[in-house]
Design a protein. Structure first.
Length: 285
């Protein structure tokens, strides 16, 4: 069953920007600047795109894994000095940051992950993408084997990365774990605008939870990204959405009163049957 709604609203930012392939240090500086913008607009959580630190550019990721990865220790923490500007921004602005990275683990696995930078500047490997997309990602990464929920000021926020959000089961697993919201660093390409918007609106309404969708912009074909960073309310309505081009930071409030109102009116989580679909009748006409 869902957890009770949190006590207070939470300012959340969804960010879109163009990272430079392979430039982890430079992209961390850009991320730190954007976190500052988000904080000035009232955000206490900022979500940046999939693989933002190395940039989503498979040829670079394949050619220079040592240069594009960050390394996690046995406790799941990342101490890469290239991330210092991002750490400083999270610490100085008291903002929790969720940002995409390629992570190398002690057992040799390489994952497409959502790092979590807390308000002290500590960086955790966070969540490893479970649903890898296409041959390039499957060649580069190992899929994650578990979901993850980030807790900030009483808000339970499920984590997903891009293609995860195309699977209703992924968002539902977060909601069943008590998520009030769903944070998705993503990398949607030009031409996918209809699907980009529909998937995340649907995940919000399916699960009566807030959704933050971050995406890259720019890039060179065939890896050209289409922005549209957005925040959706628990009925799937956009609180705000950026254009398909250009750097942007969209900020809105995740409101516990609205969450309660929607969940009282639309009771899919409370009324769902765990055995639904297990037994089926086949009818032939």
């Amino acid at each position: 069953m869902p957890y009770p709604a949190p006590a207070a609203p939470l300012g959340v930012a969804a960010v879109q920007a163009e990272p430079v392939p392979g430039d982890v240090a430079g992209n961390a500086r850009t991320a730190g600047r954007l976190v500052g913008r988000a904080a000035e607009a009232g955000a206490r959580v900022a979500v940046l795109p999939e693989l933002f630190l190395p940039a989503y550019h498979p040829p670079t990721l394949a050619a220079d894994p040592a240069g594009t990865d960050v390394v996690a220790d046995h406790a799941g923490l990342v101490a890469d000095p290239r991330l210092d500007p991002l750490r400083a921004a999270a610490r100085d602005h008291r903002v929790v940051v969720v940002i995409g990275a390629a992570v190398r683990h002690p057992d040799g696995r390489r994952t497409c992950s959502a790092l979590v930078v807390d308000r002290t500047g500590r960086v955790a490997a966070g969540y490893a993408k479970q649903q890898l997309w296409g041959p390039e990602e499957n060649a580069l990464f190992t899929s994650g084997d578990r979901g993850a929920t980030l807790v900030v000021d009483g808000w339970r926020l499920g984590l997903g990365v891009c293609y995860d959000g195309c699977f209703p089961e992924h968002g539902r697993a977060a909601a069943v774990d008590g998520a009030h919201g769903y944070l998705c660093p993503s990398g949607y390409l030009v031409g996918s605008e209809h699907r980009r918007d529909l998937y995340y609106r649907a995940r919000a309404l399916d699960n009566t939870m807030y959704v933050a969708f971050a995406n890259s912009v720019g890039g060179v074909a065939p890896w050209r990204f289409n922005g549209g960073a957005a925040l959706y309310d628990p009925e799937g309505r956009p609180l705000d959405q950026a254009a398909d081009r250009g750097e942007a930071v969209v900020v809105g409030l995740f409101d516990p009163a609205e969450l309660r109102r929607v969940r009282d009116a639309h009771r899919m989580l409370a009324d769902r049957r765990p055995d639904q679909g297990v037994s089926r009748l086949e009818l032939v006409a």
